[in-house]
Design a protein around this ligand. Structure first.
Ligand code: ZN
Length: 277
């Protein structure tokens, strides 16, 4: 079902496979690792190489900054001294992380680059920077040929991920079989508020590492449907990562858009989803 491959040749992947980029917005690395080790993420761990998250550094400390960087080819960086060759890179002189196997494009961002190579590009938004409610919330979705956001996808919805997956299923079913797809999903469930994902938790008690973990388990319960629809037509290259973490009182910090270990350190994984035999 899954082919682990630490460093695929993206010049072969692009043009052959569908591509899924799933950002688990705000997911902390430590919470993701603890949940995987405890066997609480059976569906994600089944696909992560070795069942493990990679420890990486986020390219930005909040959604807007991080997604601009990610779409430009700067995925979270392995948290060890580099250089680390990148999967995707916009062409510019002097890039030391463009190597054999890097998909290099002349467009300013990956979304535009894949559209230029015949991919249908679709965005299923989650947090406010994808809500299309105003000019700022339209910038990132505006990169895509097709974009969706509904109130049920938002941070306040206890059923956000199920609704986002249903939207992804509709996108795939409406697409001609021979058309390649780049699907981006920004999962909002981990972002505050997330207390409602932990049975018995209360609004008054608020969000915590425990409710954050419960939100991740909620995503895991439904992510298999997303993987299944993305591999239903052809092989799919999938990237699952966080855009930044968040602090729950760590060293006195709360939230993100600040420089703290809990914000900069993020979980990452990529893998192939093979079509049914
Ligand atoms: Zn974010």
């Amino acid at each position: 079902m899954t082919t682990p491959d630490p460093r695929p040749d993206m010049t072969e992947v692009i043009g052959r496979d569908d591509v899924l980029l799933l950002t688990l917005d705000t997911l902390r690395y430590d919470v993701a690792v603890e949940a995987a080790a405890a066997g609480r993420l059976p569906n994600l761990a089944a696909h992560l190489p070795g069942g493990q998250w990679q420890r990486r550094h986020a390219p930005g400390s909040f959604t807007y900054a991080s997604h601009h960087a990610i779409f430009a080819g700067f995925l979270p960086t392995p948290a060890a001294p580099g250089p680390h060759p990148r999967l995707f890179a916009a062409r510019f002189a002097g890039s030391e992380t463009t190597a054999d196997g890097t998909f290099v494009f002349d467009e300013p961002d990956l979304v535009t680059a894949l559209a230029a190579r015949g991919y249908h590009t679709a965005c299923v938004g989650g947090v406010g920077f994808f809500n299309k409610q105003g000019a700022l919330g339209s910038v990132l979705p505006g990169l895509f040929a097709e974009s969706h956001w509904e109130k049920e996808f938002s941070v306040a919805s206890p059923t956000s991920f199920e609704a986002q997956v249903a939207c992804a299923e509709r996108i795939v079913s409406a697409l001609p079989e021979d058309r390649q797809l780049f699907l981006f999903v920004n999962a909002s469930a981990l972002h505050q508020p997330n207390w409602f994902h932990l049975p018995g938790a209360t609004r008054e008690a608020g969000d915590s590492r425990a409710t954050h973990a419960a939100a991740l388990e909620y995503i895991d319960r439904h992510v298999g449907r997303l993987f299944d629809v993305m591999r239903s037509r052809r092989r799919c290259f999938a990237i699952v990562c966080s855009d930044h973490g968040t602090a729950y009182g760590d060293d006195g910090y709360t939230g993100h858009r600040l420089g703290h270990e809990s914000v900069w350190t993020v979980p990452y994984g990529h893998f192939f989803l093979e079509p049914p035999a």
